[in-house]
Structure formats: structure tokens, C-alpha cells
Design a protein around this ligand. Structure first.
Ligand SMILES: *Cc1c(COP(=O)(O)O)cnc(C)c1O
Length: 434
């Protein structure tokens, strides 16, 4: 115990965690290992994972096949530069990605994280416009268009299309590019659609399309920017408007891709195809950082026939073989299709249990789609208190802002899921009573 204390003390004093202060950090728990859906703490507690390590660990931890893919590749090479060299893990992975996405998406750029994938997609769109609309290298198109409450990553390009309030554009004002934001979709996933819901987007694109490089949006589920779930018709009409006004459509499936929403990709709910698609997070089953950007032949063709004669991006660890080999195996597991029944089962458990929380005054809304369950409260939560309560009950859930949400690994068993849901309900009821 003394060793754990001293490690945590060092952590508090020197190790930076996501979105925290070094002066007054949130408490952290020391993890020794994780197997399946269970996270083992150094202090002995075993927690049922409700987060999939932020959408990523869809097959659970320490998966025998993913371990084997890592070990066998490690013994060949863990990395090799991608400039001038290529390798089987990358080729196999791209083959699978191209095979499981719409046939129009033929070219694939392997990047190293979700944020970088978003940067890559934005640069692709920029170069495409430079070739297509540029006159002596000058194009009117200098802005991206998106909707409020989005999240696309923390690098400057990605941040410029994140919700301006949630990602605190004001903090970096003068440095973050000014883009065009439309009010978020007002129609919920399962509500009745009315064309009035697309009016603000349609007016914005009618007015601004001359200056818009691309529309970038998270399909159906807006993740870290607010966990909002919107109507597929909204996305379908955005696709039509983008086509009509010759504006590229970039879909950010980094959170939603690979089954999470009940479809392999969330855009399938709307039966559309993007011009550029970003995937990440669950791509490696949560083992390593890797992302991919797929695009159409037309996009790649114009990007590569323009002034630069190629796409100007190439990270050092591009196409890392270790990550590619694990991702390739993760896609094999996805292709077997068990996720469909697993995600359906998680969805129906959420649907039969979470809506009872709406009776509480502090609960503003409950939103469920696939293996995503969101409880929006009326007030911001104290993450420290919630974490303690969850750990005490043997589950791992990490709320942010007013949102308590679950997105467990697909392999969670009925009894584990029941314990996770019961704990969340208990903690929210306790919170409401104090
Ligand atoms: C997490 C996320 C990103 C950023 O990915 P990182 O790997 O954290 O850089 C981008 N877009 C969406 C929708 C995400 O959920």
C-alpha cells in the first residue's frame, strides 16, 4: 500500500492527465491490469468497465487474438518507415477497410491518432479545393462548416471545428481559425422528422458555399461535445446539400465506427456515403493509437494533380506495422458479426432500465443508441465524488460536465451489464438525494 501511495504521489506531482491541473489534479486510481471487461486496481478492487477506454476497447482487454497479433508482429518488426517501404500488415488492413466501407472510398491514409486523422481530412479537402477551384493558387474557399456541440480532437485544426464553447475557442482566440457553425440538429434520432429541422443548415450552406472547403460532422452521434443523438434524415439532407453545392462532406466516425451505434458505421443509419471518412479509436480494438482516412477516387485524384503533385502529410509512425496488424485482427473479429447481437442486447438493457431515471428532478434527459447510454443531468457533476462512488460499487464510469454515460465493451455479459447499470442508477439516485 505504501508503494501505491508513493506512486500516486509521484503521479500527482509530475504526470499530466487529460484536461487536468498540475496544481490541483483530480485523483487517479492505479491500474495493474485489465482482462475482458474487468479492470484490476493496485489496491485490489476489480471494476467492470463502462467506458471501453473512451470508445476504443470494444472487444475488451487482453483479448487472446489481439495479443497474438501483437506478439507475432513484434517478433517480425514493431516499426519500419513508410516512406519508400511498405508491409503486409498495412496492405492487409487497408484491404479490409476499403472492403468494409462504401465502394466509392478507394484510397486510405493511415495516420497516428484521431486528431491527426481530422487534420489529414481537412488538409485533403483543402488541397482538393485548391486544385478544383483555385485560380493562380487563390481560392475563395477558406473555411470549414460544421454544427455546434461537435468534437473532432484537440489539435488546432480539429479544435477549430469543435464546439466553440466546449473547446474554449476564447482561450486560444486569435489563433484558432474562424469557421462557420450552424445550430445543432434539433430532431432526436427516433422523433418524427420535419423539414423545418434542416432549414438553418440549408440557409447557411446556401449563403456560404462559395467560401466552404468542406462540411465536417460526426454522423448521428455527437460524442465528447455533448453526447447528442440526432435524426438520420438530417445527415441525409446534409449529404444532398453538399452534393448540390459542390462542397465535400467529411464524416468523423472516430467515436462511432465499428458497430458502436448498432450499424457498422453510423452513417449507414442515413444510407449515405461521405467523400472523406475518418476512423480511429476502436480501429485497433483499443490496443494502440492508429487512425485512417479514406477518400474517393475523385478527391484523391484532384489532391494529387494539383500544385503539390501529392498529398502533403506523412507522420513518422505512419502505418505502424504493430498497430496495423492488431487493427487487422480487430477487423476480423468485427467481420464475424457477433457485435450485432451484443450491441442490440446492450441497447435493450439500457432502454428497459435508464428511462426510469427521468422521474428524478436532476435528470434532464436520457439518450440511448446501440451500446451508448447517456444520462444528462441538470447540473454539472463533481467527477471526483462520482468516481469514488462508482469504484466503491465495482464499476468504472467517468462523467464529464452534466453527462453520466456508458459505452461498455461489446463483450460485456448480462450480469456485468446489470451490475454496471444498477450502480449508475444507484449513484444518480444518491446524488439526487443529497
Ligand atoms: C476522440 C475523437 C477524436 C480525436 O481522437 P484522438 O485519438 O483523441 O486524437 C476525433 N473525433 C471524434 C469524433 C472523437 O471521438
Amino acid at each position: 500500500m505504501q508503494e501505491v501511495e508513493s506512486l500516486l504521489k509521484y503521479d500527482r506531482e509530475h504526470v499530466w492527465h487529460p484536461y487536468t491541473s498540475t496544481i490541483n489534479p483530480l485523483p487517479c486510481y492505479l491500474v495493474d491490469s485489465a482482462h475482458g471487461v474487468k479492470i484490476s486496481l493496485a489496491t485490489g478492487e476489480v471494476l467492470i468497465d463502462g467506458m471501453s477506454s473512451w470508445w476504443a476497447a470494444v472487444h475488451g482487454y487482453n483479448h487472446p487474438e489481439l495479443n497474438e497479433a501483437a506478439i507475432s508482429q513484434l517478433q517480425k518488426m514493431s516499426h519500419i518507415m513508410f516512406g519508400g517501404l511498405t508491409h503486409r500488415p498495412a496492405i492487409e488492413l487497408v484491404k479490409k477497410l476499403v472492403g468494409m466501407t462504401p465502394p466509392e472510398l478507394e484510397h486510405c491514409f493511415l495516420a497516428d491518432s484521431g486528431s491527426v486523422a481530422v487534420e489529414v481530412s481537412m488538409k485533403m479537402a483543402f488541397q482538393y479545393c485548391d486544385t478544383k477551384f483555385g485560380r493562380d493558387g487563390a481560392t475563395q474557399k477558406k473555411k470549414f462548416m460544421t454544427i455546434n456541440y461537435g468534437y473532432h480532437g484537440d489539435t488546432f485544426g480539429a479544435m477549430s471545428v469543435c464546439d466553440p464553447v466546449n473547446s474554449m475557442h476564447s482561450l486560444y482566440s486569435g489563433y484558432v481559425r474562424q469557421n462557420i457553425f450552424v445550430e445543432p440538429p434539433q430532431c432526436r434520432f427516433d422523433e418524427e422528422w420535419d423539414d423545418k429541422y434542416i432549414v438553418s443548415f440549408r440557409e447557411a450552406i446556401e449563403k456560404h458555399h462559395h467560401e466552404v472547403i468542406a462540411v465536417i460532422i460526426e454522423p448521428i452521434v455527437q460524442g465528447a461535445g455533448g453526447m447528442r443523438i440526432y435524426h438520420p434524415e438530417y445527415l441525409r439532407q446534409i449529404r444532398q446539400l453538399c452534393t448540390k453545392y459542390e462542397v465535400l462532406l467529411i464524416l468523423d466516425e472516430i467515436a462511432t465506427g465499428f458497430g458502436r451505434t448498432g450499424k457498422l458505421f453510423a452513417f449507414e443509419h442515413a444510407e449515405i456515403t461521405p467523400d472523406i471518412l475518418c476512423v480511429g479509436k476502436a480501429l485497433t480494438g483499443g490496443y494502440l493509437t492508429l487512425s485512417a482516412v479514406l477518400c474517393t477516387k475523385e478527391v484523391a485524384g484532384l489532391v494529387c494533380s494539383g500544385r503539390a503533385k501529392g498529398f502533403m502529410h506523412g507522420p513518422t509512425f505512419m502505418g505502424n506495422p504493430l498497430a496495423c496488424n492488431i487493427a487487422s485482427k480487430s477487423l476480423d473479429i468485427i467481420k464475424r458479426g457477433n457485435w450485432k447481437t451484443q450491441v442490440k442486447a446492450i441497447e435493450s438493457s439500457f432502454k428497459s432500465s435508464l428511462p426510469t431515471l427521468l422521474k428524478l428532478d436532476i435528470v434532464r434527459d436520457v439518450r440511448i443508441l446501440g451500446a451508448i447510454g447517456v444520462i444528462e443531468l441538470t447540473i454539472k457533476v463533481d467527477a471526483k465524488w462520482f468516481q469514488e462512488q462508482f469504484v466503491k460499487r465495482g464499476v468504472w464510469v467517468r462523467p464529464f460536465g452534466k453527462l453520466v454515460y456508458m459505452m461498455p465493451p461489446f463483450i460485456i455479459s448480462d450480469s456485468e451489464l446489470e451490475k454496471l447499470i444498477t450502480s449508475v442508477i444507484d449513484v444518480i439516485k444518491l446524488f439526487a438525494s443529497i
